[in-house]
Design a protein around this ligand. Structure first.
Ligand SMILES: C[S@@+](CC[C@H](N)C(=O)[O-])C[C@H]1O[C@@H](n2cnc3c(N)ncnc32)[C@H](O)[C@@H]1O
Length: 248
């Protein structure tokens, strides 16, 4: 006589066979969100001793506190030499222009990727199409700045075939700013960039503290690619986070 199945397996089989999934779908979303919120809380607890905490002297939420985090990263990492700055999610260019004006090195390159027609999917209550600039890219006469219009999924591959980023010299630092909000977009960019990432590369996240989007994409990415990192700082209760890769 075959042995009795363990209880968790019996519950799973009963759920799969009963068709309860049809009515369970809305509940499963809630359960997932709760589980990822718990994961985020655990992660932030494990990274509470960061070098820079923008909330330490200003506990109120203020979106632009992220600029103090950027400034800390620039100062602590000595980012005044040549950098390759890649921004994923540019919209009108607020954060892009902060970085462009901050680093004045003539050999730095700044590339901003965006559809420039807004978010390709809903981001929670924020609807697809939000941040639409009607296809217009930000204007600048700085020859170090370039914009690449279209879905990352179509533009990043061809961009990476161009010489430059793939033959990286150690004196150029790479700063990748992930501000696409969405899980799918963030996961795509991280996995596509994985072959050229090196220790000391900086990753900035703008909506890290949204459990099922940037946080989920980042934690799955580092686990799957066995990437080590140090958290440099945070702002707004981990909505914005800066990390430095330690091994790739
Ligand atoms: C929050 S906005 C960027 C804000 C900007 N960094 C700033 O500081 O004002 C997010 C942007 O990500 C872009 N985006 C999200 N997923 C994308 C994708 N797969 N391909 C191209 N652009 C994407 C959207 O078009 C949107 O403009």
């Amino acid at each position: 006589m075959p042995g009795k199945r363990p209880l968790p397996r019996r519950i799973k089989v009963a759920l799969l066979r009963s068709g309860v999934g049809r009515v369970g779908a809305p509940t499963s979303g809630l359960l997932l969100k709760t589980a990822y919120m718990a994961r985020l809380a655990k992660w932030t607890h494990g990274h509470r001793d960061v070098s820079f905490n923008a909330d330490a002297d200003e506990s109120e939420f203020r979106y632009n506190k992220r600029e103090r985090l950027f400034q800390f990263v620039c100062d602590a990492e000595g980012l005044d030499g040549p950098i390759d700055y890649l921004e994923f999610g540019v919209a009108k260019g607020k954060s892009f222009f902060w970085w462009l004006s901050q680093n004045q090195h003539p050999k730095s390159n700044f590339t901003g990727f965006d559809t420039f027609t807004g978010l390709p999917e809903d981001f929670g209550p924020v609807k697809a199409g939000t941040f639409d600039t009607k296809g217009s890219v930000p204007e600048t006469d700085d020859p170090r700045a370039h914009f690449v219009a279209g879905y990352f999924q179509k533009t990043l591959g061809p961009f990476l075939k161009e010489p430059g980023l793939t033959e990286r010299s150690s004196e150029r630092r790479l700063v990748v700013h992930l501000d696409a909000d969405l899980y799918s977009s963030t996961l795509f960019v991280l996995t596509r960039l994985a072959p050229m990432l090196q220790p000391n590369d900086i990753l900035l996240f703008d909506e890290f503290g949204v459990p099922m989007h940037e946080f989920k994409a980042f934690t799955e990415f580092v686990q799957a690619y066995q990437i080590g990192y140090e958290v440099l700082g945070q702002a707004n209760d981990y909505l914005q986070v800066a990390v430095k890769l330690t091994h790739v």
